[in-house]
Design a protein around this ligand. Structure first.
Ligand code: PEP
Ligand code: MN
Length: 264
C-alpha cells in the first residue's frame, strides 16, 4: 500500500491533545437510553459515540439489535450533543443505510473481518467514501487476514482508514474474554505506523475491573485512541453488561490515564 501518511489525516482533523475516545453502549436499546448516554458522554473526552444496531450474537435468540430505527436515535444524539456517531456494518444493506443516515464512523466487526467475501462486499459498497472506516481485528490471531481486509478497503479508494484491536479468541483460560496478543498489534503498528490504531479494551476484558490496565498498556504502546463500551446503567445493558462502564467512570479513567502518562 502507498500513501500511508494519508491515513492519519482524519485523526488530526479532530484536533485533540489526547488520544481519541470513542464511547457508547454495546447496543442501542431505546431512544431514551441512546440520548441519556449521549448527554452524559458530552461532558467527557469523548468525540465519537458508538452503538451497535445490528448485533452479531454468538447464539440465536439473544438480543440481535434494534436495526434501522437505531440510526434515527444516533442521528438525534448527534444533533443534540455534537458528538460524531459510529456503528458496525456487516453487509451492503447496513452500509447503504448507515451512509444515508450520515453516520460518521463505520466499523467492521471481528466476525466480518475473518471473511474476505464480506470485507470485499463492504469495500465495494463503501467505494470512494470519505467516511471514517475502522477495521476490527479478525476473531483469530491472523495478522495477514487483518492486513488483507485493510488492503481491500484501501483498494476501494477509502482513505480515512484505521484499525481497532479487540483481542483474539482462545480456548485457553487467560483471564481475558479475548486475549490481547499485544505483539500482533505491535507488528501491525510497525508495518503501518501511520494507520491509526485504536484499542477496544471492553471486548478484550469482558469485565470492567481490568479495563483501566488494558488501556494503560495500549497508551504506553502509543495507541491513537480507545473505544470503550459505556452505558448509564451497565448492569442492565441488553448485551455485554459485565464489561460496560458508566460515562462517569469513563471520565475518571481518562483523567487517571492522563495523570499516569504524564508522570509515568
Ligand atoms: C461490538 O463492538 O459491540 C462488537 C460486537 O465487537 P466485536 O466485533 O469486536 O466482537
Ligand atoms: Mn459489545
Amino acid at each position: 500500500m502507498t500513501n500511508q501518511k494519508k491515513f492519519k489525516n482524519w485523526l488530526q482533523a479532530f484536533q485533540l491533545d489526547h488520544p481519541l475516545v470513542i464511547a457508547g453502549p454495546c447496543s442501542a436499546e431505546t431512544e431514551k437510553q441512546v440520548l441519556t448516554i449521549a448527554h452524559q458522554l458530552k461532558d467527557t473526552d469523548t468525540s465519537v459515540m458508538r452503538a451497535g444496531i445490528w448485533k452479531p450474537r454468538t447464539k440465536p435468540g439473544n438480543f440481535e439489535g434494534v436495526g434501522k430505527i437505531g440510526l434515527d436515535w444516533l442521528k438525534k444524539a448527534k444533533a443534540e450533543t455534537g458528538l460524531k456517531i459510529a456503528t458496525e456494518v456487516a453487509n451492503k444493506t447496513h452500509v447503504d443505510m448507515a451512509l444515508e443516515a450520515d453516520v460518521d464512523v463505520l466499523w467492521i466487526g471481528a466476525r466480518s473481518t475473518v471473511s474476505p467475501f464480506i470485507v470485499q462486499d463492504i469495500a465495494d459498497a463503501l467505494k470512494g467514501t470519505d467516511k471514517i472506516v475502522l477495521v476490527k481485528n479478525p476473531v483469530n490471531p491472523d495478522l495477514p487476514l487483518w492486513l488483507g481486509a485493510i488492503e481491500r478497503l484501501h483498494k476501494a479508494d477509502i482513505q480515512n482508514l484505521g484499525v481497532i484491536h479487540r483481542g483474539f479468541s482462545t480456548y485457553e483460560k487467560t483471564g481475558y474474554r479475548n486475549n490481547p496478543e499485544w505483539q500482533l498489534a505491535v507488528d501491525l503498528q510497525n508495518e503501518f505506523p501511520d494507520l491509526p490504531l485504536i484499542l477496544d479494551p471492553s471486548h478484550i476484558a469482558g469485565k470492567r475491573d481490568i479495563i483501566f490496565d488494558i488501556c494503560q498498556t495500549a497508551l504506553d504502546l502509543n495507541y491513537d485512541g480507545i473505544m470503550v463500551e459505556t452505558h448509564h446503567t451497565p448492569d442492565e445493558a441488553w448485551s455485554d453488561a459485565a464489561q460496560q462502564i458508566t460515562p462517569q467512570a469513563l471520565a475518571q479513567m481518562t483523567e487517571d490515564l492522563k495523570i499516569r502518562k504524564e508522570h509515568g
